[in-house]
Design a protein around this ligand. Structure first.
Ligand code: FES
Ligand code: FES
Length: 152
């Protein structure tokens, strides 16, 4: 199968029932997307498919052939992304496990709504759980990235 990942085509062998998360991690070595609940509850596996945030543990790889897929490895490929800078500013990463998924959901939000309200940020990020309870830091980091004040 040919998948378009982080701006370049990748060839990978995929069984019909394989989920995108497994193909990314095991087939392509892109281990930034995390495996946790594997049932669409935690958001640790979030990637972008055609700009939309999806739980890659629930998406069959075969369903996304030809679509542009962006993983956390692609987010900062041209230097630190403003969201990553904002997360650093706010010390939003504690253990860090949920952060790739948080960043991808935040990226999708700011692409469709560049100046969200704080309520809209909380709502958009509700599917991304954080066992370290960094929710306030994450929310304020997303607000700063939207305002263009991160990384100063
Ligand atoms: S691992 Fe996919 S939503 Fe939890
Ligand atoms: S920073 Fe540890 S789970 Fe979110």
């Amino acid at each position: 199968m040919r998948l378009q990942i982080n701006g370049r085509p990748r060839e990978v062998e995929v069984a019909g029932h394989e989920f995108l998360l497994d193909v990314l991690r095991d087939g392509l070595g892109l281990t930034g997307s995390k495996e946790c609940c594997v049932e669409g509850e935690c958001g640790a596996c979030t990637v972008l498919v055609a700009g939309r945030n999806v739980n890659s543990c629930l998406v069959l790889a075969a369903e996304v052939e030809g679509a542009e897929i962006t993983t956390i490895e692609g987010l900062g490929r041209d230097g630190l992304h403003p969201l990553q800078a904002a997360f650093l500013d706010h010390a939003a990463a504690q253990c860090g496990f949920c952060i790739p998924g948080q960043l991808m959901s935040a990226c999708a939000l700011l692409d469709r709504n560049p100046r969200p309200t704080i309520e809209q940020v909380r709502e958009a990020m509700a599917g991304n759980l954080c066992r370290c309870a960094s929710y306030e830091q994450i929310t304020h980091a997303v607000m700063d990235a939207a305002a263009g004040t991160a990384g100063g």
